[in-house]
Write a protein that binds this ligand. Structure first.
Ligand SMILES: C[S@@+](CC[C@H](N)C(=O)[O-])C[C@H]1O[C@@H](n2cnc3c(N)ncnc32)[C@H](O)[C@@H]1O
Length: 261
């Protein structure tokens, strides 16, 4: 019901190209979605993070896994002049909205739907995430990134995705992803991650995929097996908790950056 009013406000504010609010909330939640300002500002923060930490520039070939309706495709649209952006996701309505978006089509940004299973986003998906093989050649991308995606996936699925990313990245290419780093404590922005064992914790008692955080031991083991190496300490989000004496990001989750030798 709010879509027409949201559109009026967005058009007046120069944000008319974004997908309708009813689509944006599918992957970005209800909080602060009206008017598209938050959608826009997070897109810009991420574009800066990728430029500073993963060398993103105008001719970079980028794969975004779990792109939703394209929040970061919009964010990167000013930067990727001669590069290429491919976004993939398991949520069919989000991918349909991104594919049909006139602005993103003019930029020649590509979107693809994967029918991979996830308890929260695609419970009837055909293929398990822990055995999915992406349909991209080896050494295809300079940068692969995932925002708020491993926070909805369990360890075996994350392990397989990182292995696949190691295969698809070009030598010297970067993987950037967000997570809640549990080494810094199991409370983040008022959420207590007290469920689950071993390499992960969840803040949800029944469906752990709703909100998952990881320990870096596990992340590092996955990276190593995939031929990747973490390039530094996690970059901690200023939004979730205070971690003394570490590098921080304005982003809403902690950032991990890794590089392929
Ligand atoms: C919280 S949303 C974030 C969307 C987008 N990255 C953003 O920040 O705007 C999580 C996204 O991950 C996608 N997702 C969940 N499991 C996935 C999987 N196994 N493979 C690809 N995408 C997945 C969901 O469909 C959803 O769009």
């Amino acid at each position: 019901m709010l879509d027409p009013i949201d559109k009026l406000v967005r058009v007046a504010g120069g944000r008319g190209a974004y997908p309708p609010m009813s689509i944006r909330v599918r992957s970005n939640g209800l909080r602060n979605q009206f008017n598209g300002k938050r959608f826009e500002s997070f897109g810009k923060i991420l574009a800066d993070e990728l430029a500073n930490r993963a060398g993103l520039k105008r001719d970079t070939r980028v794969l975004e896994i779990g792109c939703g309706c394209g929040r970061f495709a919009f964010g990167l649209s000013d930067v990727l002049e001669d590069g290429a952006y491919t976004g993939i996701d398991i949520d069919a309505p989000s991918i349909a909205a991104a594919t049909d978006n006139a602005f993103l089509s003019r930029k020649k940004f590509r979107f693809e739907h994967l029918d991979v299973r996830n308890a929260e986003y695609n419970p009837t998906g055909k293929v398990a995430a822990n055995e999915y093989r992406f349909e991209f050649d080896d050494d295809s991308f300079h940068v692969v990134f995932l925002v708020s995606v491993f926070t909805h996936m369990l360890p075996d699925d994350v392990k397989n995705y990182i292995k696949e990313i190691g295969r698809m990245l070009k030598p010297g290419g970067h993987l950037v992803f967000t997570t809640f780093v549990m080494d810094a404590g199991t409370t983040f922005d008022g959420n207590n991650f007290v469920y689950g064992t071993g390499p992960y914790r969840s803040s949800h008692p029944e469906m752990h995929e709703i909100c998952v955080g990881y320990y870096t031991d596990f992340i590092d083991a996955c990276l190593k097996e995939a031929g990747l190496e973490r390039t530094g300490e996690p970059v901690y989000s200023t939004k979730g908790r205070t971690v003394p004496n570490v590098e921080t990001t304005e982003f809403g989750q902690d950032l991990i950056i890794a590089c392929k030798a």
